[in-house]
Design a protein around this ligand. Structure first.
Ligand code: NAI
Ligand code: BGC
Length: 288
């Protein structure tokens, strides 16, 4: 890369955050992958509340995705549409970004959130389940991040819109750091997201592209229904959560809005753990 802009070119004093801008994402265009359910759904709505136009990506379940689009448009008064695409399919991802360019005229925020679990004991895990999780959770983020970086670099900084040329939030997990027996494919994918995010952040910071991750703890969504649906399961889960409540998707949605806003303009290459203290090794509270 030779066309590295000087800092002065992309961050003149005129683009310092102003009081009016605050947490507003007005005029910005956001893509949320896996936006039809759980955490992605709430992120799409929170981004809409903050004023961004939103693309709700999903893989299957047209009705669910359309319901999120209606919630965003009606509650938040911004534009939104649903786009079906498998994030692990290169051509489908490129088509999705092409449509954003044509419909919204560009993109300012990518939340690479789509993710799956296919759990199995290590010695029983099929190659298909290993590949599937790595393809969606890691390769899918690579493909979306790559298209976003291309679009951000073409556009550059638009000071009236944001201090940054673009913002990427990779949805990781506490399991980017906490080993997880029976979920080796999933933990490996999130560990991969951690280092992809940091390497990318280092590579594109000079273009005023910010790349960060959110690592949720246990959040009440369909992906982990078994962990919270019954009182017994919930009680067992709470042994891992010092704050003593499960996370709600809106806990993650609000964190994403802040991280995407100019309030977080000096933050890049970092992971925000939103986990009620799951990373605090609660087993050591009374032991060790
Ligand atoms: P969810 O199952 O409710 O939502 C997953 C979303 O990903 C859905 O919209 C689904 O359509 C989409 N998706 C799945 N495969 C896809 C593909 N190939 N292409 C496009 N979209 C696809 O699960 P949840 O919990 O909302 O998960 C969202 C993200 O948060 C995932 O990356 C997950 O690993 C992460 N996470 C979840 C936690 C939790 O406790 N719920 C904790 C830590 C991380
Ligand atoms: C997983 C959930 C789990 C949470 C905390 C997430 O990454 O997707 O199933 O409840 O981590 O262990």
């Amino acid at each position: 890369m030779t066309d590295r802009p000087s800092a002065a070119d992309c961050y003149p004093p005129a683009v310092l955050p102003s009081p009016e801008r605050q947490l507003s994402l007005k005029g910005q265009k956001a893509l949320v992958t896996g936006g039809s359910s759980g955490i992605g759904r709430e992120i799409a709505i929170e981004l809409g509340w903050a004023g961004a136009d939103v693309v709700v990506n999903y893989n299957s379940g047209d009705e669910e995705a359309q319901e999120v689009v209606e919630a965003v448009e009606q509650r938040c008064g911004v534009r939104a549409y649903a786009h079906q695409a498998d994030v692990s399919d290169e051509a489908a991802v490129q088509g999705m970004f092409q449509r954003i360019q044509e419909t919204f005229g560009g993109i300012d925020i990518l939340v690479a959130n789509a993710g799956v679990q296919r759990d199995a004991a290590f010695d029983e895990m099929s190659l298909a389940d290993w590949d599937m999780v790595l393809r969606v959770n890691l390769t899918g983020q690579f493909l979306c991040c790559r298209e976003a970086v291309r679009a951000f670099r073409r556009k550059g900084v638009v000071p009236e819109v944001s201090c940054a040329a673009g913002k990427i939030i990779c949805m990781s997990s506490v399991h980017d750091s906490i080993p997880w027996a029976g979920h080796a494919n999933y933990a490996a994918s999130k560990g991969g997201v951690l280092m992809m995010m940091k390497s990318l952040a280092q590579e594109v910071a000079a273009w005023r592209i910010r790349v960060n991750a959110i690592s949720p703890g246990a959040v009440r969504t369909p992906i982990n229904r078994d962990a919270w649906e019954t009182p017994e399961a919930y009680h067992a889960l709470m042994k891992l959560v010092p704050y003593n409540r499960i996370g709600e998707p809106s806990d993650i949605g609000r964190a994403a809005v802040w991280l995407a806003s100019d309030y977080a303009d000096y933050i890049t290459g970092t992971t925000l753990y939103v986990d009620g203290g799951m990373m605090l090794y609660p087993g050591f509270e009374a032991g060790g």
